[in-house]
Ligand binder design. Sequence first.
Ligand code: NAD
Length: 291
Amino acid sequence: MPTVFQYLDDTTTMLRQPPLDAVRHAAERVPDLSGKVALVTGSTSGIGLGIARALARAGTHVLLNGFGEQALIEQLLAEFRSQHAVKTAYSAADVSKPAEIAAMVAQGERELGGVDILVNNAGIQHVAPVDEFPIEKWDAVIATNLSAAFHAIRAALPQMKARNWGRIVNIASTHGLVASAQKAAYVAAKHGIVGLTKVVALETATTGITCNAICPGWVLTPLVQQQIDALAARDHLAPDAARTKLLGDKQPSLEFATPEQIGATALFLCSPAAAQIRGIALPVDGAWTAQ
Ligand code: NAD
């Protein structure tokens, strides 16, 4: 039992160090993930690049993946090595091909020491009415946006189990929670990844591994710019008007979420504070799914 004097002493110590400052300081601190290794699929652009940068700032070594010109890849590797002082490698794996995913996970193990954090982010879109949806586009969207996550989790999970620590973050979408017309394959894949997230969270519930999904609303990336361009052409709109219409139709905040915000959300899910957040589908969507 503490004595009254000890209690007073503790209290005065607390008064000499205002607790609010300590709280503010802790809240502003980037979680320390130094030494961990992250594989972020589709990290040569957009949201994946935002997530890879956020993780690298927290000290994580990063295996980048995605398509892009050789010069862009070299530039990204140089940026990660110089600005974040972490180890970086690159895999050109096409995540629609299971064998290339297995090779990419093995590369992470060989070159960086193992995949502790897996972010399934690579994704594509195709827009068409369901009865006109090209079969090869359906297959490509399902392979890239859904099956790729299954194959990557299947390949990376044994190492995470061996270390009893892991973070799996699946980038779903508001379209994992609600639908939009003309997006049959994308909506099916994103609902599927939310379901896969829950299964993996249940199977790992008693371990140090968590699995969660982030559901972004509109984020201004090349994937969305294509849809803005298509809208501008279809409705004869100027680029600004097309952008405003796209947001106004779905996203009540009338603002895009940013790759940096999705990166910060993924980083939080990888932090110790999120250790008991398991199996959720977290919207970052300007109130899209609140409607
Ligand atoms: P983006 O087009 O900017 O980036 C996609 C990335 O995936 C690129 O690096 C690309 O090279 C890579 N990629 C595509 N196919 C690949 C394949 N077969 N193998 C390996 N890499 C491949 O797109 P983004 O907007 O950053 O989208 C990233 C993720 O976020 C996707 O899963 C997308 O569905 C999801 N998302 C985006 C938005 C948005 O508004 N931008 C909203 C919700 C969800």
